[in-house]
Design a protein around this ligand. Structure first.
Ligand code: GN1
Ligand code: MG
Length: 375
């Protein structure tokens, strides 16, 4: 493995001599390695990733999106003389001057600079961190409002099309290829009982009251990097699914991953809950950056989006469990069912607090009424 990584790395324009390569991160889809090099200026670190091309079926199109997005963000920050300009993702080119390397087995590899003195959290401990992380995802959407050129490629077709996720789920229940449906009856019934939620936002898109924007689409809270010392936001990572989408999906996935103090695969469900103070912090942070451009319908469904995305994620984990664990990496038998159960518990916790969540959203937006200071 180490040897393979070394030989792959030689195809990229690394600064210095490669000392070490270690697995990095907790992603469910791509394979990620942290590389350490010794260069004249000192240690240089990089992130090398093998793109899962069964999931991202057109890696060159995805890399084209990532190039445009990273360059646009760096350009805007440079214009503003922001300290963050030098702390953003940069694609490291191959020795042939392109953004990815294709090995003889047909795998696609890409490399980024490693963002130094910055950290990510899988779960969050304080509302301050939640507020800052949510502000960063709002910041990301705001910076991309004026991305020039044609629409970004859809790197995974119908990625957050919840009704299609529901149809795939129904098919997996019917096919029951691994005979697992009996053991997941409570979860299957729960999804059927909530199926009416699936198309609510898409009706608004059809009606023209919720626009397509450039969104991140995978706003797990560990995809924002915060400065190690100050805990100020530094940059957004994992840009594979940046494409046209709904602002609300980005907010919803933060609710799913930042309000819950437990890990996504926690088996002790008593630990899984939606912490209202964390929700409030997320609203404050996100709205700080987005209040000037969100539409009334986006505001109306902000709290709902957390429930919807958690349901969608529950459906996806359950579908994969029933299909035999073909999509998400698993590390133990029943892993996807465990993940599905935490999502169900979180939906239940959101449901009993929905009214308060909506009241919080209203009150945060009220504090901005009358202000149209920037976009
Ligand atoms: C996958 O691999 P990772 O952790 O970045 C998935 C997301 C899910 C997430 C659930 C391309 O993201 O959509 O929300 O797992 N990414 C893809 O943890 O399917
Ligand atoms: Mg991801």
């Amino acid at each position: 493995m180490e040897q393979d990584i070394r030989s792959i790395a030689t195809h990229f324009c690394l600064d210095g001599h490669l000392l070490q390569a270690d697995p990095l991160g907790s992603g469910h889809i791509n394979d990620t390695y942290g590389l350490t090099c010794s260069a004249e200026q000192g240690v240089r670190r990089y992130v090398l990733q093998r793109i899962n091309h069964h999931v991202f079926v057109d890696p060159p199109a995805m890399m084209d999106n990532i190039r445009r997005v990273t360059e646009h963000i760096r350009g805007k920050l440079a214009e503003q003389h922001s300290d963050l300009t030098s702390r953003q993702l940069i694609l490291i080119q191959t020795r042939d001057g392109v953004d990815f390397y294709r090995d003889e087995k047909g795998n696609y590899w890409r490399m980024y600079n490693r963002i130094e003195n910055a950290i990510t959290y899988d779960t969050l401990e304080s509302p301050q961190l939640a507020q800052e992380a949510a502000r960063m995802f709002g910041w990301f959407q705001r910076l991309l409002l004026d991305l020039p050129g044609s629409p970004l490629h859809e790197t995974i077709v119908d990625f957050h099309m919840t009704p299609k996720r529901f149809t795939a789920f129904e098919q997996s229940v019917r096919a029951d290829v691994c005979h697992r449906a009996r053991g997941a009856k409570a979860e299957i019934d729960f999804v059927y009982a909530h199926s009416d939620l699936c198309d609510i936002l898409l009706h608004c898109v059809d009606a023209g009251t919720i626009p397509l924007r450039i969104t991140h689409n995978d706003t797990k809270i560990n995809n924002v990097m915060l400065d190690e010392t100050t805990h100020q936001g530094v940059c957004i990572v994992d840009l594979d699914t940046v494409m046209p989408g709904l602002s609300l999906y980005d907010f919803g996935d933060m609710v799913r991953t930042a309000t819950n103090p437990a890990e996504e695969d926690q088996r002790d469900l008593s630990k899984v809950t939606m912490r209202i103070e964390m929700f409030e912090a997320l609203v404050r942070g996100f709205v700080q950056e987005t209040h000037a451009f969100l539409t009334p319908m986006e505001k109306k469904y902000l709290a709902f989006s957390g429930k919807l995305i958690t349901l969608e994620q529950m459906i996806r984990f359950l579908t994969d469990h029933l299909a035999g664990d073909v999509y998400y990496k698993i590390h133990r038998p029943g892993h996807n069912l465990d993940r599905c159960r935490t999502q169900r518990k979180l939906i239940q916790s959101i449901t009993v607090q929905e009214e308060r969540m909506n009241a919080i959203v209203d009150s945060v937006f009220r504090s901005y009424s009358g202000q149209t200071d920037y976009v």
